[in-house]
Design a binder for this molecule. Structure first.
Ligand code: IPM
Ligand code: MN
Length: 365
């Protein structure tokens, strides 16, 4: 199998974590006999500096011509004052829209070795395994009209039927392979758009009678995720609510540095860590590469249908954490403070070791 991967490292710590993930992918590719061809391109602030725009047509074409995309992070203080359409974040939104990446999947799973890194009580977190299905190409993020003048600012929250239907289907399908529970999160008590969302989700649900569907208002959902995260399996939600809830859910894993994501459409797929570009620690070898590595694992699972390789990468991450290796964001006393490269090297070593054990039948996936 020959696969083309576009790399979009972006700004801040993006290049460091993408490079770590690529090293892991290369090792996995070799073991599983596939060939990966990497094509690195600019996105975000670095693209703006070079080309005057955060995303060029050429980069977009490279993305159209790839089997999967791995993105690092975009943004930085120096670009915060640019007009909206030139900001690094605009590149990400344009990419999501242009590639039709309507399903954003953000799993928040507790690593038992990180239970003490979260600001939440370990007994509340233990055993949590939830996954957020965030709609990614609609809502106030893209609704027109939008704008601001001296007196007012405005955006439009809008969902079309087909947009709600397809993300709802994605979530119900995923729930079938999990514990068959979906919580649809909206603000239907106040927003017409959310009322429409709820109505359509329930219509789609008629084809998924084996799945238990419940509705929850977003303010309550935010509270419930920190109160009792174990009650959730699949959370299905609008773009804006999903943005906020996934940051909250990140604390369940101990750090935003741990959360991977996949953005899928009918034709294209993009994988990226949920964390931002963290310019304050960029270039210092301090960044946590695990969310990027875990995003690469999602690529193997979702884009290449290589679930064994994906599980091996996840197992290697788990083992690395169990051995005590921690970047600063998840450091705790008695663990080993490690650099980006040290964590990555440990993941690779553990990957190889688990692979060999697996080959000998010791490790069962
Ligand atoms: C995310 C980010 C983006 C979003 C920004 C950078 C545009 O916060 O992927 O969660 O709001 O979707
Ligand atoms: Mn976000």
């Amino acid at each position: 199998m020959n696969l083309k991967i576009t790399l979009l490292p972006g700004d801040g710590i993006g290049p460091e974590v993408v490079s770590a993930a690529v090293d892991v992918m290369k090792v996995a590719a070799e073991k599983f006999n596939i060939t990966l061809a990497f094509n690195e391109q600019l996105i975000g602030g670095c693209s703006y500096e070079k080309n005057g725009v955060p995303l060029t047509e050429e980069v977009l074409r490279a993305c159209y011509d790839s089997d999967a995309i791995l993105l690092g992070a975009v943004g930085g203080y120096q670009w915060d004052t640019l007009p909206q359409n030139l900001k690094p974040e605009a590149a990400l939104l344009k990419l999501r829209k242009a590639l039709g990446l309507f399903t954003n999947i953000r799993p928040a799973k507790v690593y038992s070795s990180l239970l003490s890194s979260s600001s939440l009580k370990p007994e509340i977190l233990k055993g949590t395994d939830l996954i957020i299905f965030r709609e990614l190409t609609g809502d106030v993020y893209f609704g027109e009209p939008r704008g601001f003048d001296d007196e007012k600012g405005w955006n439009t929250m809008i969902y079309h039927r087909f947009e709600v239907e397809r993300i709802a289907k994605s979530a119900f399908e995923a729930a079938r392979k999990r514990s068959k529970r979906v919580t649809s999160v909206d603000k239907a008590n106040v927003l017409d758009c959310s009322q429409f969302w709820r109505k359509v989700v329930h219509e789609v649900h008629k084809d998924y009678q084996d799945i238990t569907l419940s509705d929850m208002y977003v303010d309550n959902a935010a509270m419930q995720i920190v109160r009792d995260p174990k009650q959730f399996d699949v959370i299905l939600t609008q773009n804006l609510f999903g943005d906020i809830l996934s940051d909250i859910a990140a604390m369940i894993t101990g750090s935003l540095g741990m959360l991977p994501s996949a953005s899928l459409g009918a034709k294209y797929a993009l994988y990226e860590p949920v964390h931002g570009s963290a310019p304050d620690i960029a270039g210092q070898g301090k960044a946590n590469p695990l969310a990027a590595i875990s995003s690469a694992a999602m690529m193997f699972a979702y884009s290449f249908q290589m679930s064994k390789a994906a599980k091996l990468i996840e197992a290697a991450i788990d083992k690395t954490l169990n051995m005590g290796y921690r970047t600063a964001d998840i450091y705790s006393p008695n663990s080993i403070l490690a650099s980006t490269a040290q964590v990555k090297d440990a993941v690779i070593e553990n990957f190889n070791q688990i692979y060999d054990e697996h080959a000998l039948g010791v490790f069962t996936l």
